[in-house]
Design a protein around this ligand. Structure first.
Ligand code: ASP
Length: 588
């Protein structure tokens, strides 16, 4: 028997017991006469102690051989500690060791394996198995596990069944590039890895499994950011015989259930719902962070015609009112101006109006606007003395997007984006299509299987840009947690959709014939949603980085630096696959 207890479970009640523990040596303190060892396993840390004079000399000699991360077994007596550490559950006791066995040695680890480590990101990724020994990382994976279990519990109770769908498939276009896998048995042909199980879950609806879910890996060959990975996990769901509201209620239920079981937080009210059009108008984003206000106020009408060319030439003049910041200094305002001019934000400049605490009003455009004008703006903003109004102008879409960044920045500066506060929101009525200037064609905003709103179907060919979809996103704290739609379930409409997306009939048939054919065999009305599981875990854990919640993540270049992948393959493998590499690495 390697252990009678784990390193996380002994306390004062166990005092006097003979125990055996196994684990890793986190730290050794040799105070001459007294030796303490922090012994770690998955469950916690227990302090071992030996004392010159009262402990067996052989045990002390053994303890002196130990180094960091040695795996040992220790036998001893649980005793009350003199100086207690009340921060950890085992902090009131220690083990007076009578026997130590080295189970395995360790070479010196490349970074300290403690809550606060000296290891940089790259090094920790290279030795991820050591990083995973650290408590904060382990807690993240435990949280992920709990969330998966509770998700399954909830969905199971709601009659969902988990069904696995294949990983080697044909492309499912969802806006990203596919990863592909060459087929040895079918020379010159490739599988694609699923960007999501979209078409399969719809086929399961045709097959009559009216409530499907799967916690499933998805693959997208996209440029990476902190909240993106080339392979990621979804809670993927589909339901038949439902309308949009049924889906929103079911998954609002899942979200509330997870908040309550995992975080002990309750949301008695229904989640607010906002149309995409309002989200863009009032927040300049399809995923507004509604933990705080500062909704956009448009001034276009009242700000034009005063010879201020910047406003007169603009499509839109729009701003936010920042509470209690009228005392911002010149320097702070200059900083904000620099902020909006950053290339990724792309504004030409920022206009400010200070509604001073003493009731006077002062702006950066006093030359063009008198006090009455500015007071008029202030009343539009519903500004109070002490507030600072920040105003941008220009073409509509980029200006709204830039103001979104300013709003988020001000929210951050004012401490209004507290990771312990959660503000869920459904964004509904997304446009069906999105125009792409570069390729001069429409793309599906969600995916090609999304149903237009029935009342907008008449405009599909005449006014495609205005057609709204039965599509929805769940947004929490400005993060898109999930998205889905009611689907097209009729072959003719699906064909029209492919035509609008620029597919010829032949191409649509070749790529999606299987789905359109299935629609001819009694497809039920259906719809679904998928939650980004990694992101959901990160949000619950209070982090921006999904990598922290994935056991073996990839870095920003899509590499796994631990196993050194991707990698080249042997000539033999290439030959077997009938592949020839034409890429030549750039000369150094
Ligand atoms: N397959 C979609 C996605 O991955 C989700 C859905 O429409 O259910 O975004």
């Amino acid at each position: 028997m390697f252990r009678t207890h784990t390193c996380g479970e002994l306390n004062l009640q166990s005092a006097g017991q003979e125990v055996t523990l196994s684990g890793w040596v986190q730290r050794i303190r040799d105070k001459g006469g007294l030796i303490w060892i922090d012994l770690r396993d998955r469950y916690g840390i227990t302090q071992l102690m030996m004392e010159e004079g009262t402990s067996n000399p052989a045990v002390i000699a053994k303890a002196k051989e130990l180094g960091r991360e040695f795996v040992i077994q220790a036998k001893g007596l649980v005793i009350e500690r003199i100086s207690k550490n009340l921060k950890i559950p085992t902090g009131e006791i220690e083990i007076k060791v009578v026997e130590i066995k080295i189970l395995n040695k360790s070479i010196l680890p490349p970074f300290t394996i403690e809550d606060n480590t000296d290891g940089g990101e790259e090094l920790r990724m290279k030795y991820r198995y050591l990083d995973l020994r650290r408590t904060p990382v382990r807690r993240n994976l435990e949280l992920r596990h709990r969330m998966a279990i509770e998700t399954r519990n909830y969905l199971d109770k709601q009659n969902f069944i988990e069904i696995e769908t294949p990983v080697l498939i044909k492309s499912t276009p969802e806006g990203a590039r596919d990863f592909v896998v060459p087929s040895r048995m079918n020379p010159g042909e490739f599988y694609a890895l699923p960007q999501s199980p979209q078409t399969f879950k719809q086929l399961l609806m045709v097959a009559g499994y009216d409530r499907y879910y799967q916690i499933v890996k998805c693959f997208r060959d996209e440029d990476l950011r902190a909240d993106r990975q080339p392979e990621f996990t979804q809670i993927d769901c589909e339901m038949a015989f439902v309308e949009q509201n049924d889906i929103l209620e079911t998954f609002e239920g899942l979200t509330k259930y997870l908040f309550s079981t995992i975080k002990g937080m309750n949301f008695p009210e229904p989640f607010p719902r906002m149309t995409y059009a309002d989200a863009m108008k009032f927040y300049g984003s399809d995923k507004p962070d509604i933990r705080f206000g500062m909704k956009f106020v448009e001034l276009t009408e009242i700000a034009k015609g005063k010879n201020f060319k910047v406003f007169d030439d603009a499509e839109i003049v729009v701003g936010i009112c920042v509470p209690a910041c009228a005392d911002y200094t010149r320097k702070q305002l200059d900083e904000l101006t620099e902020f909006v001019k950053k290339p990724q934000i792309g504004s030409k400049g920022l206009v400010y109006v200070k509604f001073n605490f003493d009731g006077t009003i002062k702006s950066s455009v006093d030359k063009f606007f008198d006090e009455a004008d500015l007071k008029n703006w202030a009343s539009k903003f519903d500004a109070k003395p002490g507030d600072l109004m920040l105003i941008l102008s220009g073409n509509e879409t980029p200006t709204l997007k830039a103001l979104n960044e300013v709003r988020l920045e001000m929210g951050k500066r004012l401490g209004l984006r507290n990771p312990d506060t959660f503000a869920p929101l459904w964004v509904v009525d997304f446009p069906l299509l999105e125009w792409d200037e570069e390729t001069k064609r429409f793309y599906a905003m969600h995916h090609p299987f999304t149903s237009p709103k029935p009342e907008d179907i008449g405009q599909l060919e005449t006014n495609p840009g205005l057609v709204r979809a039965n599509a929805y996103d769940l947004v929490i704290n400005g993060v898109e947690i999930g998205g889905g739609s009611i689907r097209i379930f009729n072959k003719e409409l699906q064909k029209r959709m492919f035509t609008i997306l620029g597919f010829t009939d032949e191409l649509a048939q070749a790529q999606f014939g299987f789905l359109m054919n299935a629609f001819e065999f009694g497809a039920p009305p259906h719809g679904g949603i998928a939650f980004g599981f990694d992101r959901f875990c990160a949000l619950f854990g209070g982090s921006d980085s999904i990598r922290d919640y994935i056991a073996f993540p990839k870095n920003n270049s899509g590499r796994d630096v631990m196993i050194d992948s991707p990698a080249t393959i042997s000539d033999e493998q290439l030959k077997e696959l009938n592949l020839k590499i034409t890429f030549e690495p750039p000369k150094k």
